[in-house]
Design a binder for this molecule. Structure first.
Ligand code: NAD
Ligand code: DAU
Length: 339
């Protein structure tokens, strides 16, 4: 039996991961989340009374709070999802990114060391590798690709990865790092490409495509990322990095057109806008290590995953409308503050 501290579990991937773990293992979970703008406890309303689940509102930068969460819940495993995760926001201001993504990870690593945690899994990103040439599709990110992050977001994630590496080498902390490509699926905050375009298409608004729309991302359905993390947790070798990706590269413009087609909308509202500064051209992940060494494989093909996702956003309009209006932020006060 494992007692997991899942940080950032009220966000997009963390909340999907918590449900995935409850459905597929017998592990107990303590969700430790600051509830920034990206944290939404409504994502977990269907499992919040599960006896294997508990929520603690807390900041990973707060050492005392992290330490009491670990000791009071007999935590043996830490999985760190907590982060500022949106590239555009990191361009507008990078301080919070450095504070949470770097300093917060350092606090978790120190706490893990003090409590002799059995596993520390850092959920990282393919963005730490920088950008790939678009004209040679045979080149992909491997675990040996040098770190060459380009945005304040990815650089703060790279800083956290290097700290994790240092705690493994210096303190022998049982650290594992996963680096995944772009996720999509239910509960993704509608500031990211796919949910933003779905919401705008449903509302008949303009769809802002950055630059020429020819940047490439490698999309993976969120449940496949969750199963990859579990494989690494259960079978990964301490100190190792594991890439996770879908072998599923798309130009942004083609994703936007596909969403419009699946929603039965015209392409008239597509609008090319000023490019993101420092916009990475292409990401593509080589997942052969996790596939051959740990036996992981994605379960969802893109046509199925994107249809499921669009259906979810159609059936859960009230979820993203509450996010867009800001009403979702009242969920904690209404449902938790008296507990
Ligand atoms: P998200 O922005 O949806 O969620 C982040 C969560 O972290 C939120 O619940 C937020 O409240 C919480 N949080 C932020 N600062 C915190 C702090 N100081 N203390 C405690 N909690 C805090 O992010 P996501 O898209 O679910 O990504 C989760 C992780 O996966 C991140 O580390 C991200 O870098 C990584 N990742 C994301 C993707 C992707 O496509 N979304 C791909 C690869 C890796
Ligand atoms: O690769 C993994 C990363 O994927 C994660 O580490 C990040 O947390 C996650 O946010 C994501 O980063 P991206 O910058 O790739 O995702 P985003 O959804 O912001 O943008 C995807 C692509 O779409 C990117 O090339 C920029 C473009 N885009 C995005 C938005 C929001 C647009 O053209 N228009 C938009 O309005």
């Amino acid at each position: 039996m494992k007692n997991l501290l899942v940080t950032g579990g009220a966000g997009f991937i963390g909340s999907n991961f918590i449900k995935y773990v409850l459905n597929n293992t017998e592990y107990n979970i303590c969700n430790f989340d600051k509830l920034t703008y990206a944290g939404n406890l409504e994502n977990l309303s269907d499992i919040e009374s599960d006896s294997r689940y508990k929520f603690i509102k807390g900041d990973i930068c707060d050492l005392e709070n992290v330490k009491s969460a670990i000791s009071e819940n007999e935590i043996d495993t830490i999985i760190n999802f907590a982060a500022e995760s949106h590239v555009d926001r990191s361009i507008l201001g990078s301080r919070e990114f450095v504070v949470t993504n770097v300093l917060g990870t350092q606090v978790l690593l120190d706490s893990a060391k003090e409590f002799k945690i059995e596993k520390f899994l850092q959920v990282s990103t393919d963005e730490v590798y920088g950008s790939l040439p678009e004209d040679d599709k045979s080149i992909k990110f491997t675990e040996e690709t040098p770190i060459a992050s380009n945005s304040p977001y990815s650089s703060s994630k790279a800083g956290a990865d290097l700290l994790c590496r240092a705690y493994y080498h210096t303190h022998n902390l049982p650290v594992l790092i996963t680096r995944c490509s772009n996720n999509y699926g239910p509960y993704q905050f509608p500031e990211k490409l796919i949910p933003l375009m779905i919401a705008k298409a449903i509302d008949g608004e303009k769809l802002p495509v950055y630059g020429d729309g020819k940047n490439v991302r490698d999309w993976l359905y969120v449940d496949d990322h969750c199963s990859g993390i579990l494989s690494v947790l259960d079978k990964g070798i301490n100190g190792e990095v594991y890439n996770i990706g879908g072998n599923n590269e798309w130009y942004n413009i083609d994703i936007v057109k596909l969403i419009l087609k699946l929603l039965g909308k015209s392409e008239d509202n597509i609008t090319y806008v000023k490019d993101r500064p420092g916009h990475d051209r292409r990401y593509a992940i080589d997942s052969s290590k996790i596939m051959s060494e740990l036996g992981w494989a994605p379960k969802f093909q893109f046509p199925e995953g994107i249809e499921k996702t669009i259906k979810w956003y159609r059936n859960n309009e009230s979820w993203w409308r509450k996010v867009m209006s800001g009403e979702y932020m009242k969920y904690y006060e209404k449902n938790y503050s008296s507990k």
